[in-house]
Design a protein around this ligand. Structure first.
Ligand code: ZN
Ligand code: ZN
Length: 891
């Protein structure tokens, strides 16, 4: 019984155990189910969270918005340059992209693109199998996903981003059609060597518009995309070619091309052309000095006019796909460049060449070593020696392959700027001779601050003085030695280049002869503050308070001025006194073709039209006759020219600023590290200016300067006294005809020129005993013949007197103009010279009669001359803008 009980118990126990096991399993199962649900729920939650955190599709634009190449056009609207941030992108629409290029890219990137709804399930499954069964990694991004990845999401590879990408791909496919997605993609895809999109890549690799690409060229491009470096057709053409063949095979399989088309493509070798195009691209010079200057201007304007930060402006200019229409004239620039490259136009004995030698040595073991040296040589012949010495120094062996780049920067350097004075448009510029190294490098035309020398006399001294009514072209200025006391410094004594001092000199001659002393006396009368006001109005921005010194009109500045600003100042004179801010571009269009900036230059009147006319007239004398720029006529004579030379006293800078009725241009010549040009003939800059302007004006109709006739009169004065001339002044050859403000004409007749009876034997004042036949009337200046004849001190013997024939009628002794004894005709001179012994009245300028500033002298009011032909030839009424300047400086 016990046993059965035991059995029963055992059975019971067993049943209980089984029951427990089942319960446990059930619990485990339940827990598992709960866990799975929890995991699934959590996953779903996370997944939904990722999707929730994806950018809102409504605010997203699939069209790429940055890294568009910007374009620069010349004055004729032709493209001259492109700007990109190393990432070139040029937008094209789908109809401009050949079908075989579209299909080549679809076949390699996303063969079911036309069928899927944004994600490719078959592709994903295949990728999982490939990734699990091989050690290859394969992605399954559709074209839509890649477009989202490139344009919207950050590029990092995370599960989160992958999920968002797939989610967004499904969403975008609902609102964009396939063609638009493909168009955006083809304009976005990275194709190596800094190119984005098929158009930029087509230009970079084939130098062709994308619409012209053959099938063979298309598969080359399509082959790049999966690994732009490994499949680069430039550096790895074999890899690219393998890939291209695979793509052709896929295109056959997918029914896009026929076997015949493949054979044609295989027979074509696009790689040689790619190498040629690449070589051109590498050797292509960087942006020109003009484009560099445009870039600098636009960057400033985008900040000032469009409230961008410097960085925003830079990104916008180099990646915003803008179109900049410049004032650049390619024909004029070509002429400038041709002459700047002509070494025969530059001082040979001054010649130095700065060499920048860059070498890569490719060693037989595959390593590469890079070297660089910068040195000066004296002549072209020394260049080869220099290179050989460097290669030896760097340990080059005959087994090495040498990649070299040699840049030559000749010295002295030069700069040239040419503007149309009527519009302010800069037509061309050159920032230097020789090789241009890199972009946005030092631009001698727009950035170099150099000493303007005597070109500054016009804008700092004579222009203001004439405009303020202090001087007229015919005014006589004291040219005697000058010594100005400056507290705490040695006295300032300007020196005349020709060593001639003393007497007076007209404003006109002081300009054409570039005499320094009168210019310094003029700035004393004008005053530094007034002069500075004019200089600011002439557009100079680089002057400093320390430039308010007596050397200011001589161009002795603390820092200097740029050739561009000097050109603009002279252009204001050429433009009748109205300054126009120099412009390099006229407008900027944004990527959609809307006007972003209309670049209308600011203008203002600096000097009156009559001042401009008088300055122009005087500066015409600089380049003719005995003027300091007279040699210019040897190289350019086709149009009237007015201008001013500028040579600094130490001959470190040679400048000429001048204009024709068409253009205003400035040339500068000097060493980058300033040093004397005394070994040159000092005319090279005039030669350069003349040659360039001669070519530029060739074929242009002859024009006269547009001068006004009001605000001044033409009058003849005694050039010594500055007073109304008498026959004696005329007899002394001391009458000059020039332009005057009417209040600068004296109402007094010359008191300096007189006449005295002179004994020709002693050359002294004739005494009572000098025989009449040796006595002559002589025109004198002041009282130079003081003493009485000391030869004829006694009455002549009667018999002597009787045998001397009466050769000269008595009346001749009393009358002018006939000379008593023939005197040598005065030598024809460019301008009457003063007798050296004459000491002018101790005044800075000629005495000017005190008159009411508001009264204009009418011709009737001028006293009649003692004999005809004396004075005012022509009277012009002053204009309203001249009225204000009719004042007489007091003291
Ligand atoms: Zn006189
Ligand atoms: Zn005598």
């Amino acid at each position: 019984m016990k046993n059965s009980d035991n059995d029963e118990d055992d059975l019971k126990k067993e049943r209980n155990v089984n029951k427990t096991k089942i319960t446990l399993l059930r619990i485990i199962f339940m827990v598992l189910v709960v866990c799975i649900f929890a995991l699934f729920g959590a996953s779903l939650g996370i997944f939904m969270g990722i999707i929730e955190s994806a950018p809102d599709i409504a605010g997203l634009e699939l069209k790429p918005s940055t890294n568009y190449t910007s374009f620069i056009y010349d004055v004729n609207g032709n493209e001259i340059d492109r700007l990109s941030s190393g990432q070139e992108r040029i937008y094209v629409t789908l109809d401009q992209i050949p079908d075989h290029l579209q299909k080549a890219i679809i076949s390699i990137e996303d063969e079911r693109f036309m069928e899927h709804n944004g994600i490719d399930i078959r592709g994903i499954l295949r990728a999982i199998i490939v990734n699990l069964t091989t050690n290859q990694t394969e992605g399954a991004s559709t074209i839509t996903q890649q477009l989202i990845k490139n344009n919207i999401l950050s590029p990092e590879q995370t599960i989160t981003r992958k999920i968002q990408e797939q989610y967004l791909a499904l969403q975008f496919e609902k609102i964009y059609d396939k063609d638009l997605i493909l168009e955006y993609y083809l304009n976005t895809m990275a194709l190596g060597h800094g190119t984005n999109g098929v158009q930029a890549a087509s230009h970079r690799y084939f130098n062709k518009d994308v619409s012209e690409l053959s099938l063979a060229e298309s598969v080359v491009l399509a082959g790049i995309t999966q690994a732009p470096t490994r499949y680069s057709p430039i550096t790895n053409p074999e890899n690219n070619n393998e890939k291209a063949k695979i793509i052709l095979q896929k295109m056959i399989e997918q029914g896009y091309i026929t076997e015949e088309e493949r054979q044609v493509a295989l027979a074509e070798n696009p790689y040689d052309n790619i190498q040629t195009v690449n070589q051109q691209y590498v050797e292509e010079s960087p942006h020109t000095y003009f484009v560099d200057a445009v870039i600098e201007d636009v960057l400033v304007d985008l900040q000032e006019k469009n409230a961008m930060t410097e960085n925003e402006a830079k990104n916008y200019l180099f990646g915003g796909g803008v179109e900049i229409y410049t004032t650049f004239d390619p024909e004029i620039q070509n002429i400038v460049d041709t002459h700047m490259a002509d070494d025969s136009l530059f001082p040979v004995n001054e010649n130095e060449i700065k060499l920048d030698y860059r070498v890569s040595l490719h060693k037989p073991d595959g390593t590469v070593q890079h070297y660089n040296a910068v040195e000066m040589v004296k002549s072209v012949e020394e260049i080869d020696k220099f290179k050989e010495a460097k290669l030896v120094e760097w340990g080059a062996t005959p087994e090495d392959t040498v990649d070299e780049l040699l840049l030559q920067i000749p010295q002295p350097q030069a700069a040239f700027v040419i503007m149309d004075q009527s519009t302010g448009q800069v037509k061309a510029l050159s920032g230097g001779r020789g090789d241009k190294i890199g972009d946005r490098t030092f631009n001698r035309a727009t950035q170099a601050k150099r000493q303007p020398g005597s070109t500054f006399k016009i804008v700092a001294a004579y222009g203001p003085a004439i405009d303020m009514g202090i001087l007229s072209p015919g005014s006589a200025i004291d040219n005697s030695k000058l010594s100005i006391e400056i507290p705490g410094q040695p006295d300032y004594s300007p020196r005349n280049w020709d060593g001639n001092y003393g007497g007076t000199i007209t404003t006109r001659k002081a300009i054409w002869n570039s005499t320094n002393v009168p210019a310094v006396r003029t700035i004393q009368s004008v005053g530094f503050d007034a002069s500075f006001n004019y200089l600011m109005n002439f557009g100079f921005t680089t002057l400093l308070p320390t430039d308010k010194v007596y050397a200011l009109p001589l161009g002795g500045l603390t820092e200097g001025v740029t050739p561009l600003e000097l050109t603009a100042a002279y252009a204001a004179i050429a433009n009748g006194g109205t300054y126009i801010e120099p412009t390099l571009y006229t407008k900027i269009l944004d990527r959609d073709g809307a006007v972003l900036i209309e670049n209308i230059p600011t203008t203002h009147q600096v000097i009156s039209a009559s001042t401009a006319t008088m300055l122009t007239d005087m500066m015409e004398d600089v380049v003719t006759g005995y003027g300091t720029g007279a040699s210019l006529s040897r190289w350019f004579s086709g149009q009237p020219v007015a201008g001013k030379t500028g040579t600094t006293s130490d001959e470190k800078d040679l400048s000429f600023a001048g204009f024709t009725p068409y253009y205003t241009a400035t040339v500068w010549l000097g060493h980058d590290d300033p040093q004397s040009l005394s070994g040159s003939n000092q005319n090279e800059h005039l030669h350069l200016w003349g040659e360039i302007m001669s070519d530029i004006h060739s074929g242009l109709e002859y024009k006269n300067f547009d001068k006004v006739t009001t605000g001044f009169v033409e009058a003849s004065v005694c050039s010594v006294s500055g007073m109304l001339p008498t026959s004696l002044c005329r007899g002394a050859g001391a009458v000059t005809t020039d332009y005057f403000r009417t209040n600068h004409i004296s109402d007094q007749y010359c008191t300096v020129h007189g006449q005295t009876k002179i004994c020709t034997v002693s050359d002294m004042v004739a005494g009572p005993f000098c025989p009449p036949n040796v006595v002559t009337n002589k025109i004198t200046q002041g009282a130079s013949y003081g003493a009485v004849c000391n030869v004829h001190t006694q009455p002549p013997l009667p018999q002597t007197e009787s045998i001397i024939p009466q050769l000269i009628p008595d009346s001749w002794f009393n009358e002018w103009p006939e000379p008593m004894v023939s005197e040598p005709e005065p030598e024809p001179q460019p301008e009457p010279q003063l007798a050296p012994e004459f000491v002018p009245p101790p005044v800075e300028f000629i005495p000017i009669p005190e008159i009411n500033p508001n009264i204009t002298i009418e011709i009737e009011e001028v006293p009649p001359p003692p004999e005809p032909g004396g004075i005012i030839l022509e009277e012009q009424e002053p204009t309203a803008d001249d009225q204000s300047i009719f004042f007489v400086p007091q003291g």
